[in-house]
Design a binder for this molecule. Structure first.
Ligand SMILES: [Zn+2]
Length: 232
């Protein structure tokens, strides 16, 4: 195998290493929790806390109503006990009972509102939990696939990185330096395939003389892109 062909093989290796590293970065990035999953969790958290707020509000109103009812009950007992003779006190008691009745109406109205809010909040919490569950299971399924791809990529990269120094050692240092230098200007592609008489790096037509040199295995640069030409 000519030096140029060895160089071309090195480039194929380098290209694969570059692509696999790039894909590995993407795969690692994709294993972070998605925006959709975070949003679904946030929605569920808000829904649950809203539900708790209304449940606690309903409980407090219920306690308040209970205590009001027992106060009203004892006022009524006293009113009808026959023990209160003073007309002023009787009128006061009647007024208090009436006031408590109005207060009870207000509390009952608030409780009804809380009940409606609880129903809405329960429906939202249920929907939010379902949405989060779906999002989480999709994410987990994707994780399993990514994990598998990550392992395959890591194994292949490990293999290639082990081979690369051996392949580079096959090439004369001067040619290897040219390869690095030309590669830096051309996105890592220092070697271009010559197809009939055309450079596949920049699609320029190459002179018959150069084609002959390439076929003979001499180091020949494309006049268009400067890459080292290889016949395959
Ligand atoms: Zn070219």
């Amino acid at each position: 195998m000519s030096q140029i062909q060895q160089l071309y093989r090195l480039q194929q290796m380098d290209t694969e290493i570059r692509q696999k590293k790039q894909r590995l970065t993407e795969v690692l990035r994709a294993q972070r929790e998605t925006e959709a999953l975070l949003a679904a969790r946030e929605r569920e958290k808000t829904a649950v806390s809203t539900l708790k707020k209304w449940q606690s509000s309903h409980n407090n109103l219920s306690l308040e109503l209970g205590s009001l009812n027992s106060k009203a009950k004892s006022a009524e007992n006293r009113l009808y006990s026959g023990n209160v003779k003073n007309p002023k006190e009787l009128t006061d008691l009647q007024d208090q009972i009436a006031a408590m009745g109005r207060q009870r109406g207000g509390l009952e109205e608030q409780m009804l509102e809380a009940m409606i809010m609880i129903e809405d909040a329960e429906a939202e919490a249920k929907a939010a939990t379902e949405a989060r569950t779906v999002e989480e299971s999709q994410w987990q399924q994707a994780q399993a696939d990514y994990k598998e791809e990550q392992n395959t990529l890591a194994l292949r990269l490990h293999h290639l990185l082990g081979l690369r120094p051996k392949q580079a050692a096959q090439i004369e240092p001067k040619l290897l330096q040219d390869y690095e230098r030309i590669g830096q200007r051309n996105g890592g592609e220092a070697v271009a395939v010559l197809k009939i008489n055309r450079c596949q790096g920049c699609l320029l037509t190459v002179s018959a003389n150069k084609v002959k040199e390439v076929v003979e295995g001499q180091v020949t640069h494309c006049g268009g892109c400067g890459r080292i030409l290889v016949a395959v």
